[in-house]
Ligand binder design. Structure first.
Ligand SMILES: Nc1ncnc2c1ncn2[C@@H]1O[C@H](COP(=O)(O)OP(=O)(O)OP(=O)(O)O)[C@@H](O)[C@H]1O
Ligand SMILES: [Mg+2]
Length: 373
């Protein structure tokens, strides 16, 4: 920043010295402001997921952890609620409320409502005079198309972001689990989310391999919903289907315990309630297809590895992250099918946000992994 005193109001040497001194101070201040702005860098990390949206602010920590659902007024389109409040309205909303899930299979399917949802979540979590315009680092599926990446940028910009950076989910998750991305040894990780499962090999500062399948926890919920409807004529809520998955779905059939769960829903075609007692074996069979697609994705990544990559990975386990990695027996199944060691990351649902937050906290170290809008 430069400051000039125009004209020669007073050309006396004393005044000149004073003006030079002032210019010097202003120069210093300008440099300090630029340095501060660079140091502050990206202010907000956002993990925009099919099932959940999580946000982290530098200096504040995680302040949003809510379902990716928005409720609007169906007449004028005004946002009414987002997150848990909106999700609670599913199946219970009056006519004037429209519900939206703006993400599908890991990508934004409705940029307008995604922006409204982000804005609403940000506004509800705003504290006092926290800023209304942010620099945002948003996770973006590593295998996303250009159009899908543009949709994220559009939604983030409309939600109030002044500048948007895209953090590939694989890189964010790798940082989140503590990988040194520029390590000369390659490592494999799989991010198993609600709408998409990604698998990747990172090392030497790059994503060496990445692939994704548009299948995830919600696909499994839907398989359970369909099974109950066709086998028992029971229509359950997606919330109930999710609970059944968490309690009764086992990826590795040899691990299924002898426990049961009471499942209640609406009797399809008749109305009224219907309840049955269910065990894990039949639910585990009902969810085999989506689970096999996830294992195939990992197996295919291993099949595509060069001998050098395989020998690197022999020394490190495959790390699973994302909420679905908590599914009973999934790590055991992957070990049995691939022959590789597998570990589940600590707090796997938060790994991508954790990595994205590290970028926000120390932008200089990670900025080269972000692509800028
Ligand atoms: N204990 C558990 N057992 C099985 N599934 C679980 C468990 N906990 C969470 N999940 C599932 O994890 C999924 C959500 O994971 P996550 O929050 O990582 O997804 P997301 O980031 O919103 O989606 P995506 O990254 O695919 O767009 C949900 O389907 C949820 O039911
Ligand atoms: Mg995710």
């Amino acid at each position: 920043m430069e400051f000039y005193i125009l004209g020669t109001i007073n050309s006396q040497p004393r005044f000149q010295r004073w003006s030079e001194k002032l210019n010097g101070h202003i120069d210093k201040l300008g440099r300090a402001i630029v340095a501060f702005r660079d140091r502050v860098g990206v202010e907000l990390a956002v993990d925009l997921g099919t099932t959940n949206t999580r946000m982290y602010m530098r200096g504040r920590g995680m302040f949003v952890d809510e379902p990716s659902v928005l409720a609007t007024n169906s007449v004028d389109g005004r946002p009414l609620a987002a997150g848990f409040k909106a999700r609670n309205l599913i199946g219970r909303s009056p006519d004037y409320v429209a519900l939206h899930k703006p993400l599908c299979a890991g990508v934004i399917s409705d940029a307008g409502h995604a922006a409204l949802m982000l804005r609403h979540l940000l506004d509800s979590a705003r504290k006092g005079n926290s800023p209304r315009c942010y620099r945002m680092a948003v996770t973006s599926p590593s295998c996303g198309t250009r159009l899908e990446r543009r949709a994220i940028i559009e939604a983030a910009t409309k939600s109030g972001a002044g500048k948007v950076y895209l953090a590939p989910t694989l890189i964010a998750a790798a940082i989140g689990v503590g990988y040194k991305i520029d390590s000369p040894r390659a490592r494999m990780l799989a991010i198993l989310g609600g709408g998409v499962c990604e698998v990747g090999i990172v090392g030497l500062g790059h994503i060496i391999y990445s692939d994704a399948a548009r299948v995830g926890g919600e696909t499994i919920d839907y398989a359970i919903y369909e099974y109950l409807l066709h086998r028992y004529n029971i229509q359950v809520t997606m919330e109930m289907a999710e609970k059944i998955k968490e309690k009764l779905a086992y990826a590795e059939s040899s691990l299924t315990p002898h426990e049961t769960m009471r499942v209640t829903g609406r009797e399809a075609g008749k109305g009224g309630l219907k309840s049955i007692e269910m065990g894990p074996s039949e639910i585990s069979r009902a969810v085999e297809t989506p689970i096999n697609s996830i294992v195939d994705l990992i197996q295919e990544a291993l099949d595509n590895c060069s001998p050098a990559l395989l020998s690197d990975m022999e020394n490190f386990p495959i790390v699973l992250s994302g909420g679905l990695s908590l599914l009973h027996g999934l790590p055991e199944l992957i070990v049995r099918m691939t022959g590789f060691r597998v570990v589940v990351a600590a707090n796997p649902s938060y790994t991508a946000l954790k990595g994205c937050s590290a970028v926000v906290d120390d932008p200089k170290q990670h900025i080269h992994f972000l692509s800028q809008a």
